[in-house]
Design a protein around this ligand. Structure first.
Ligand code: SF4
Length: 411
């Protein structure tokens, strides 16, 4: 089936930002700017207070996977002795590095001078970055962010802020630059503005038929995990995305026009299956129109609405939202978030994507599924995926289960 092009201007904008992100990183590094690799949850807005190149290995791995290169790059790490059971993001990224950037559309990332990871998504990420510390002999700063079972305590917020201050001192010593707090404040303000547009874009999922698919959100979240977070360019992109979606909805142009089944996706995007899966679902009149993975951006502790920056101390705000992503939540917060999404967006069924790579996202899904079915009465299904390694995904196996879910919803 030919792909029906929607969100044409937003797609062009995204392509431009993606290309610029990688090209400008390599070019600035070649000019001698310090290069910092960060994990996606590390607040890039702090780095905006310095003149540095910022690159995100997880984003690079996802980009390789979305282009069908995940398995090829991962195998290079496996040949070097890294187990296939490790997260495919790590294997893709390490494999690319071991091959000197070979096989990567961006030729990998420029060599780092500093690594910054955090442990609130997973401990594997810390180990992954530590491989580079050993291999490259560059410093590795790890943010220790407490796991989240309820509202972030004041003591935890202070603890995170103090680590941000240590990080700033570390970068000042390493680069010889003086930190500019106004630039961080401006970056936080811009991220917040972009997030308002992001939430406006996601809100079109509540339409019937939905004005978006979760696949649109998977693709367009990319600027959040590049150096464009906290910039005017990201604000412009998110504004365009929300405006273009609004125009399409006004014209009655919906991604799944005959939508009969409204589904929620729980886990990381299946990067290697975006087109296949969305087209096959659309042919079944099913729309995965919302996802926990992209809903959590700009939120805290299982909320669905944006947690706004009030113009106060930017480091405190950044510390406060350090638990926005799903992985650090306890079960009750994840259940609460899911319940709110189901109600707000009129969801008929939940697809729990048990992810062979991301154990932290997947570990509570069986309990969540039971509660969603028993307490909320929403039919659900568990399918097996790997977000970036297509070798660990069976399309027929997944669709047999999804089709059974649709039958239950339709019964
Ligand atoms: S295991 Fe999950 S949280 Fe950890 S690096 Fe991989 S995808 Fe990210």
């Amino acid at each position: 089936m030919a792909e029906r092009k929607r969100l044409v201007e937003s797609a062009a904008s995204l392509k431009n930002l993606t290309m610029r992100y990688f090209m400008e990183a390599h070019a600035a590094a070649a000019r001698g700017k310090p290069v910092v690799w960060i994990a996606i949850i590390v607040p890039i807005e702090i780095l905006k207070g310095f003149d540095a190149v910022v690159a995100v290995p997880e984003n690079h791995a996802a980009m390789c996977a979305a282009r069908g290169l995940g398995a090829t790059q991962a195998e290079k790490a496996e040949r070097a002795g890294y187990s296939m059971d490790l997260c495919s993001y790590a294997r893709i990224d390490l494999g690319t590095w071991f091959d000197g950037g070979g096989g990567s559309p961006s030729l990998g990332l420029p060599k780092p001078d500093l690594l910054i990871s955090n442990n609130n998504n997973c401990s594997l990420l810390v180990k992954w970055f530590d491989v580079y510390r050993r291999e490259l002999g560059v410093p590795h700063f790890t943010l220790d962010v407490p796991f989240c079972y309820g509202p972030r305590s004041e003591a935890d917020t202070e603890y995170i802020v103090s680590q941000f201050q240590d990080l700033i001192t570390t970068i000042e010593k390493l680069t010889g630059q003086k930190y500019n707090p106004e630039k961080t404040a401006e970056a936080v303000r811009l991220t917040n503005e972009a997030s308002r547009h992001w939430k406006r874009f996601l809100s079109f999922a509540a339409q019937r038929p939905a004005g978006i698919t979760a696949f649109d959100s998977f693709v367009h979240m990319a600027p959040y995990i590049t150096s464009f977070r906290g910039t005017e360019e990201m604000v412009a992109h998110m504004r365009l995305l929300a405006d273009e979606t609004e125009e399409l909805v006004k014209k009655g142009d919906y991604p799944v026009p005959n939508e009969r089944y409204r589904l929620l996706w729980d886990n990381i995007a299946p990067w290697h299956q975006l087109r296949n899966m969305s087209e096959r679902l659309s042919a079944l009149d099913a729309n995965v129109m919302y996802a926990t993975y992209t809903s959590c951006i700009g939120t805290i502790e299982g909320g669905v609405d944006l947690y706004e920056y009030d113009g106060g101390d930017p480091l405190r705000y950044l510390a406060r939202i350090q638990n926005f992503s799903v992985c650090p939540y306890g079960l009750n917060l994840r259940y609460r978030a899911m319940g709110e999404m189901i109600k707000k967006f009129g969801i008929d069924g939940v697809v729990f994507a048990s992810n062979r790579s991301c154990k932290v996202y997947s570990v509570m899904q069986m309990d969540l599924m039971r509660r969603v079915e028993d307490e909320l009465g929403i039919p659900s299904v568990m399918i097996e995926v790997d977000h970036a390694d297509a070798r660990k995904y069976s399309e027929e196996g997944a669709f047999t289960r999804i089709e059974a879910l649709l039958e239950r919803i339709g019964a």
